[in-house]
Design a protein around this ligand. Sequence first.
Ligand code: M6R
Length: 611
Amino acid sequence: MCGIVGYVGEKQAKPILINGLLRLEYRGYDSAGIATIEKAGIKCVKNKGRVSDLNNISSINSLEGTIGIGHTRWATHGKPSSTNSHPHLDNSGNFAVVHNGIIENYADLRDFLKSHHYNFLSETDTEVIPNLIHFYYESGKGSSQKRFLKAVIDACKMLKGSYAIEVLSSYYPDNMIVVRKDSPLVIGKGENENYISSDIPAILSFTKDFYLLNDKEFAFISRNSIEFYDENNRPIEKQAKSITWDAGSAEKNGFADFMLKEINEQPKSIRETIGSRISANSESILPDLNLTKSFLKSINKISIIACGTAMHAGLAGKFIFENLCEIPVEVEAASEFRYRNPIINEKTLCLFITQSGETADTIAALKLAKSKGAKTIAISNVVGSSISREADYTLYTHAGPEIAVASTKAYTSQIVLLAIIAINFAEKLEKNNQKIDELKKDILLLPSQVEEVLKSSDKIKDFAKRIYKEKDVFFIGRGIDYTTSLEGSLKLKEISYIHSEAYPSGELKHGPIALIENNVTVVSILTNRLLVEKSISNIQEVVTRGAKTFIVTNQELNYDFDEVIKIPKTNSLISPILSIIPLQLLAYYISKEKGLDVDKPRNLAKSVTVE
Ligand code: M6R
């Protein structure tokens, strides 16, 4: 939640900060602000609303400095308002801070600072930070950079919670200090300039060389140098990493929205995820995952832990692992897992799925699993993300940057990667050889099959026009199709604000069917030949009660449903990769019909870095 951006260089900072914030708006868009160092000291422009609204504030024209910080907010403490917007200044006006995260002990820190005569203007947790820095700065001596750094380090020692922070001081007009703990922050290295951001894509057009900070590492940044320090103020060495993503992958490239672009990118993102990991006639190759046969034989459970869409990918993964590896799998929301003292130990293999690699609950769940002795694998889309620094092994989906808040291409790539991992384990365990050979061939066909499904776009758009004013939509499916229903339902509610629920088809009769009345839309997914008859009976039960039906299927159906979207046949274990696509498009077109902001739905942020 919240995006932060910074620039230290020779160019005017303002346009660079605004550009970066526009790209980070998916992380929150309740308010925005920037601060730069000017001859007269720190100047700050901020307001409630979107980043683009900042340009309507006349005082922004006076910001000419070449060093600055910016923030786009997803409100936690304090309602969206100009006063609660970042940057926040200390009482003297000499320190400015932007912050992503939550300071859990801010109330105590406020009391402490108030007892030392500090005043607070906002309701935020963040405002304690610049004041603490000022407090510690005042207890130091001299004007060396060391005094500034020590004040920031001492202030951070007082903070409990999560933070990625950028600090400016009018006393040090050529420098910025940044630090992170449990919130993302990257530093992009340029020629006589350096960039700071919550994520890589926001500054990818400026540089491809990045420093990734670990928790409680500080960077003292000037135009020509970046010095790194640990929490004890000791210098540390860091190497920049070169990122292979191209800048165009973070642009809309002619699509109306990032979500539509990302839906259409799925043939490519799936191809990239497969890479050279599997081929038709040889064993799978996962060089980053060298688990031995004896270890795999020793485990008695796989736990898959994730949030939202990533958890839905995990639910599909359960079917794949249980089928190929014959190991029991449980799937759980990270936010539940971490608070129930789960029974896991060195015989448990835990898989954590997270597109961003920054989801607070998923990272906390991983730490818990590690503390109980479990082996941990992270599946992430973002190279160098926080989770990759915690897990025993990290496998990347290589889906390219996903900008839209609603996750689409990350989901399909996650299932592809789960299938490849399951194949790899089954090969090592010498189980289900024939099934594996067939599945590999089917996985290799997926990119062209997804292209085929995308051709149904117009039909889906037409159906969206028929139902976009509805209040409730139901999604049903059996077996693995139920997991697709859950994901389809989530997509619809998050970007169209239509209430929707997903049920296993067989569960309808146990209660929810009471909600079916004339003209209610029921979306049904039907991809398993063995379950067709039973599922058709369930669909007929709702048709009889007046429901409109939107069916996604790879079966031949001779029934008079309102809309049937045919998808290619594939192994039922990977069928969600094809059957979700019409549902992603349905949600997209309904949201467009309603005139909503598809990429930035209300109340949501792309990375949930708070619990
Ligand atoms: O970055 P993560 O995969 O950890 O994010 C998990 C969820 O927050 C995310 O999938 C969320 O549910 C999406 N907005 C769904 O489209």
